[in-house]
Design a protein around this ligand. Structure first.
Ligand code: GLU
Length: 472
């Protein structure tokens, strides 16, 4: 049988990196054996609903190339794929579960439940309605009394189940609470909807955060009551910011969108998160999605929490930037230039010097601001032992360079370079004694993206001469 996996995000308006990683692992498990990857929108918690959130889910998955085989927009045999459109199904199955003894009607008010519960002492709610006979309860339901459907857990002893990542898991039935499966407004809770949907959609593998492990025995009881086969469970460890803190929304670096806004490429983000909690068993670190489809193996998922290492992502992003086709890089860079650069300069040349030098697209601004406005600099910058220059030598070289460049008609990196080299030779100077002062005069900076001739070609003749003049 081919695998069928599902990504089941709640539309919260935000694609957390941990969720995207779950989606990726689901996708890879399905693609490994030519199976199907399904998108299901879990919107039963109407309080959390955010307008436009479904589009963020669609766009993120499409941007990284994880296309789904079934889902709300593309349809499929097992729809609808939006939970709020499946309410009648949950209701039908919830009532069926009551008949099967896996759940019961509960007429307690919220206050009655709250009164009994005590989170501090971990006191569970003991439902008096469990003692009402089914016949009596059904009468009350028919009479229009408000009710919820609660899970019934009568089992004692240990629940055992197997997880691909964590192995055999044992949880005492006593630890499980008899939670609500169907609310009084007819909406299911996650604890019920996930089971009904995963069964009806013929899901073979469920990948989700390990915070769901402790509830899994409850889901297994529901599968058992219906006589359904539970899926293969793949619980994955949390993504952490550091040893003690989860990667959270508040820090502004936990979502796919945050990272894209910080200048990371979608392909690099995807590659990086694949390795957050999984390793290929080789030294290889750079993987395209297609390659991951071939090599991914859920048995190599890690039990311990993964720490999100932004430095590592930066490094990886730099690798991806360098590998981009120049035209593609230039297009991305142009979007950044548009944010702050008003000067009419040679942008193609600029992109050429930047591509090998930056790690994120936001580095562009930092590297390029000197073009927009020449920073104030001290004459001391012209003193450089290695280049054998000092303030005096620099002044002389700059004058000579200015005169030579003023007469130069073809303004390219090569022609400027030859011209400046010519100045050095004709005047008995070392190349560095001309090139270094020119670079400083053009940029006002000690480290720059590119050498003197590259920067002059980017700035154009007029601006370059104006900056040289200023320095003399
Ligand atoms: N809607 C759940 C969430 O966003 C999905 C959990 C699951 O994959 O079962 O956490």
């Amino acid at each position: 049988m081919k695998s069928r996996t599902r990504f089941a995000p709640s539309p919260t308006g935000y694609m957390h990196i941990g969720n995207l990683r779950t989606a990726l692992y689901e996708y890879l498990i399905a693609k490994r054996d030519g199976g199907q990857f399904i998108l299901r929108i879990e919107d039963t918690d109407q309080k959390r609903y955010v307008e436009g959130a479904t589009d963020i889910i669609y766009n993120t998955l499409k941007t990284v190339g994880m296309n789904w085989d079934e889902g709300p927009d593309v349809g499929g045999e097992y729809g609808p794929y939006v939970q709020s459109e499946r309410l009648s199904l949950y209701q039908e199955y919830a009532h069926k579960l009551v008949e099967l003894g896996g759940a019961h009607y509960c007429f307690c008010s919220k206050d009655e439940v709250d009164e009994q519960k005590d989170d501090e002492t971990n006191t569970k709610f003991v439902d008096p309605c469990k003692n009402i006979s089914l016949e009596e309860a059904k009468k009350r339901v028919l009479n229009g009394e408000p009710f919820v459907i609660r899970q019934t857990i009568n089992k004692k002893g240990k629940s055992l189940f197997n997880d691909v990542v964590y192995g055999e898991i044992e949880i005492d039935y006593d630890e499980l609470d008899e939670g609500v499966l169907l609310k009084s407004d007819g909406f299911p809770t996650y604890n019920f909807a996930n089971v009904v949907d995963d069964h009806l959609m013929k899901i073979t593998h469920v990948v989700r955060g390990n915070e769901y492990i402790s509830s899994t025995p409850k889901y297994n009881l529901i599968y058992e009551a219906f006589g359904w086969e539970p899926p293969i469970y793949v619980h994955v460890a949390q993504v952490m910011k550091d040893a003690h803190h989860k990667l959270s929304k508040r820090n502004g670096d936990a979502s796919f969108q945050d990272l894209v806004a910080k200048g990371y490429l979608p392909e690099a983000i995807l590659n990086y998160i694949a390795l957050l909690g999984w390793n290929p068993g080789t030294e290889q670190e750079i993987f395209s999605l297609k390659e991951l489809e071939r090599v991914f193996d859920a048995n190599r998922l890690n039990k311990s929490p993964a720490i999100f290492d932004i430095q590592k992502l930066k490094w990886m992003n730099g690798c991806y930037i360098r590998e981009l086709d120049f035209d593609k890089f230039h297009k991305l860079a142009e979007k950044e230039y548009a944010k702050f650069l008003t000067k009419d300069i040679n942008k193609v040349e600029l992109s050429k010097v930047l591509q090998p030098r930056i790690e994120t697209l936001l580095d562009i601004k930092e590297q390029v601001m000197f073009i927009e406005e020449l920073p104030a600099y001290s004459k001391e910058l012209f003193v450089n032992k290695k280049m054998k220059t000092d303030v005096e030598i620099a002044e002389n070289s700059l004058k000579l360079a200015f005169n030579a460049l003023e007469g130069l008609n073809v303004w390219t990196n090569e022609s400027i370079f030859e011209c400046l080299k010519g100045v050095a030779v004709e005047n008995g100077l070392k190349n560095g004694q001309v090139l270094y002062p020119v670079r400083i005069a053009l940029t006002g900076l000690e480290t720059t993206p590119g050498g003197a001739s590259e920067i002059a070609s980017i700035l154009g003749k007029e601006e370059s001469l104006a900056r040289l003049k200023k320095a003399i």
